[in-house]
Write a protein that binds this ligand. Structure first.
Ligand SMILES: [Fe+2]
Ligand SMILES: [Fe+2]
Length: 169
């Protein structure tokens, strides 16, 4: 049997979400090992990659979605994505500030970790909610309305696309 053919779709961006989630878990593992320097390196990478992904969505997907999807379904309003992106960026900034501070002053304690993991729980919840909204509305509707050439044209301009899609662009 030949391997399944990879098809280009907006929903293939779910793999970017998956990669970002995995990076976050790696960051948590470094924290649990009390390797603050390693944790900070991963966290900065996550911050950078998430910022690029948000930029890709706001600059390249949401304008097309707004223009083509009429009427926009209630759960998929453009403002929801923008608000959630702001919250995600704010929380990532906060995490970088905390971890960089502990690293600089060498003040990290287990209690810090317990408190941070409470915030991580809220962050994971926000991400799960946000990723599900994108999969259900933004990505799915664009897949319905765009053809392969349209999607390729958008992906060519993106900062971040899944590795398995790169060869198809
Ligand atoms: Fe997003
Ligand atoms: Fe996304």
């Amino acid at each position: 049997m030949s391997p399944a053919k990879t098809v280009i779709s907006v929903r293939s961006l779910n793999k970017v979400h998956q990669d970002l989630n995995e990076l976050f878990v790696r960051h948590q593992i470094y924290l649990m090992r009390r390797d603050i320097e390693g944790a900070l390196v991963i966290l900065r990478e996550l911050h950078e990659k998430y910022t690029l992904h948000i930029h890709d969505e706001e600059a390249l997907l949401l304008p097309v979605y707004k223009q083509k999807v009429k009427p926009i379904p209630p759960g998929g309003a453009v403002e929801f994505y923008i608000q959630e992106h702001k919250k995600i960026k704010r929380m990532l900034d906060e995490f970088v500030g905390k971890v960089a501070g502990w690293h600089k002053k060498d003040t990290f304690t287990p209690l810090h970790l317990v408190r941070l993991f409470d915030l991580h729980y809220t962050f994971r919840d926000l991400l799960n909610h946000h990723h599900a909204r994108e999969d259900t509305f933004l990505y799915r509707w664009l897949d319905r309305l765009l053809n392969t050439a349209d999607i390729k044209a958008i992906f060519t301009k993106m900062e971040q696309i899944p590795d398995n899609i790169k060869s198809l662009i």
